[in-house]
Design a protein around this ligand. Sequence first.
Ligand code: KIV
Ligand code: ZN
Length: 414
Amino acid sequence: MPQSSFFPKLSKTVIDKVRQAIISHHKRSGRILFSDTTLRDGEQMPGATLEPHEKLRIALALQDAGVHSLDAGFPASSASDVAAIQMMIGVVTRPVLTALCRTVRADIDVANHALQGNPPHKRGVSLFCGTSPLHRMHKLHRSRSEVLEIITDTVSYAAQHFRIVAFSPEDASRTEVDYLCQCYREAIDAGATTIGFPDTVGLLTPEKARDFIKAIQDGVPNLNRALLAVHFHNDLGLAVANTLACIQEGVNVVQCTVNGIGERAGNASLEEVVMALALHADQFDRRFSIDTTKLAPLCHLVAELTGVAISRMKPIGGANIFATEAGIHQDGLLKNPDTYLPFRPEMVGGGDIQLVLGRHSGRRAVAHRLAELNLNATEEQIAMLANLIKQQPKGTVIDDSMLRLFWSQLLDLV
Ligand code: KIV
Ligand code: ZN
């Protein structure tokens, strides 16, 4: 077994005790552990394919930001996923690297091979198996008890090769609650160190998500032996809200993606969850170790490498987040940036505040830009320029060269 080759003198009992102590410590600390799945669920979305060296760049940036673990790929699905994980070994050293596996022994073997060389406390597998009636009947053609047998068999097999074993019942949010809890109980008894709650089709609301977490906490007595993780899809635009609701209910691990990329409408966006926690520490009162100043550059890197553009309005990374054309907002921002911002750009490593000149902008912004360009204008000239800008046809971009042109035309007039 690879784990005993690293610590040949440690018996399985000692390893189990240490593992249990770490889980108990995480649970007592109340710390939220961020598991990032940009490189797996994110990359799975159509058009977001990454080459192994690009995955490595993103993994390093995620490490720098402070994520606890990386869902680094699905080794059984492609050789390129294996290559990417192997490139991370010895380079991406701080986060735990996990590999996605179906509840199939061969998948666990491929993951074991892909993660060879990473220390036992930094390598894990994340097993998933459909548990909802839809998945059991139409996809797996298995009964409830057959699915339970598969879970027990593969989780215990994984636990022979990995100290970190996560199990997620796919489509958990459409699984009967009593059966869901049974799957979790058996997975933990078989050796799962984390149990995941995926809202695979992204249909929950925060209230219903909280109810599921409460039911799991009540219905899984051996949950003291495993961490509880959540994974939300965004089909109703509620993935971040659902994640936050579950954090309030006490979950230990949240799985997110940068820019919220992922299957269909994507996943809970890492940067949004982090900033909600950072700005509302009074409400959540949970510690986490993400460096918020790394967020905007991380968003831009993921957009650049995946080719999935960030919407202008996307929180944290979008182009409009620190830009305004509205005169009243521009005036307020010039007096004190906090008047019209929830947080300063430097908190997320964002760029400068931009006062865009256009039909909606006012004299203060025009005066400010002229002064920055060392163009000394009178109040009357500023008013004339602001007026000229308002008359421009739709789509005109008033950048510095256009402003200088207007300025020289104005000087020619007088
Ligand atoms: O959304 C989902 O159910 C998943 C599983 C692989 C956990 O991504
Ligand atoms: Zn998913």
